[in-house]
Design a protein around this ligand. Structure first.
Ligand SMILES: Nc1ncnc2c1ncn2[C@@H]1O[C@H](COP(=O)(O)OP(=O)(O)OP(=O)(O)O)[C@@H](O)[C@H]1O
Ligand SMILES: [Mg+2]
Length: 262
């Protein structure tokens, strides 16, 4: 059985608000992430970007004391709906973190197949899936002769592309990336940015970044988040990356994208 690629989906949030205990950290975030588009989430530290990202694939609810209001739709279907399995949601909407987190005791190949094994999903041709996933994450040529080596024998940049490949093996429709390059050198960063561009042909991507050049290089649209001292975070401006960076409507966006604060 061939491993067919999923098609990209549109993700849409409606008035997403978030609490930790009784402290509200996000207020009514409504954004649309169209299929095959890359969206950058930018904003100063602590404004809620990672928290928002975690509401998009139901990882938020794993945090003790986490509260949520509003809705998230994947192609019109509420991912928090009654008969929706959170594990399925996390498979369809994959996530890559700031720090590469390969399973340390597993080989490169085992890392790629780990998600499928854990979720009990059927694997068609596992050799093919390993190769396809590593190719899509632009790391195949570097690891094809050492698939049984420990994942930790890879460099940091390679580990991050391995983690991307591990997400891709689950065949997600959407990929969430939380500062995926912040621990990497410029060369590895460039390779991941190229990978993002290629992946957007087959999926929808949301990337958090503090790197303004990166946001402009990789994304089609940008959302600028901000939290004032005692108010929860929210979206100040959302539009095409071109507009947000070159013709911002809000003075705070202008200040932020030009490095005046944050
Ligand atoms: N597990 C948690 N428990 C309680 N509060 C939390 C938790 N995680 C985040 N917060 C709070 O929520 C707010 C948003 O944090 P979040 O990590 O989403 O910000 P961020 O925009 O991703 O920042 P950074 O750019 O530094 O990564 C912060 O005030 C933070 O202290
Ligand atoms: Mg964060």
């Amino acid at each position: 059985m061939a491993n067919e690629l999923a098609t990209a989906s549109t993700l849409h949030t409606e008035d997403v608000s978030v609490w930790f205990g009784d402290r509200q950290v996000l207020d009514k975030v409504s954004l649309t992430f169209p299929a095959n588009q890359v969206t950058a989430l930018i904003g100063p530290s602590g404004c809620g970007k990672s928290t928002f990202l975690r509401t998009l694939n139901r990882m938020h609810e794993l945090i003790p004391g986490a509260g949520l209001a509003g809705a998230v739709y994947l192609d019109g279907k509420d991912i928090y709906g009654e008969n929706v399995d959170a594990v399925d949601v996390r498979i369809n909407i994959g996530m890559v973190f700031q720090k590469p987190n390969p399973f340390p005791t597993m080989s490169i190949k085992e890392n790629i197949l780990s998600g499928l094994k854990l979720s009990g999903r059927k694997i068609g041709d596992s050799e093919e899936l390993v190769e396809t996933s590593l190719r899509r994450a632009s790391i195949w040529n570097e690891v094809k002769d050492r698939l049984d080596d420990q994942a930790l024998s890879l460099s940091g940049g390679q580990q991050q592309r391995l983690c991307i490949a591990r997400s891709l093996a689950m065949n997600p429709q959407v990929l969430l990336m939380d500062e995926p390059c912040s621990a990497l050198d410029p060369g590895s960063t460039r390779r991941i940015e190229e990978t993002i561009e290629e992946l957007s042909d087959s999926m929808t991507i949301v990337i958090v970044t503090h790197n303004m050049q990166q946001a402009q290089r990789v994304s089609h649209q940008t959302a600028f988040f901000l939290a004032d001292d005692n108010t929860p975070g929210g979206v100040v401006e959302f539009g095409s990356t071109e507009d947000v960076f070159n013709r911002p409507v809000d003075a705070r966006t202008n200040d932020y994208v030009n490095g005046h604060f944050g």
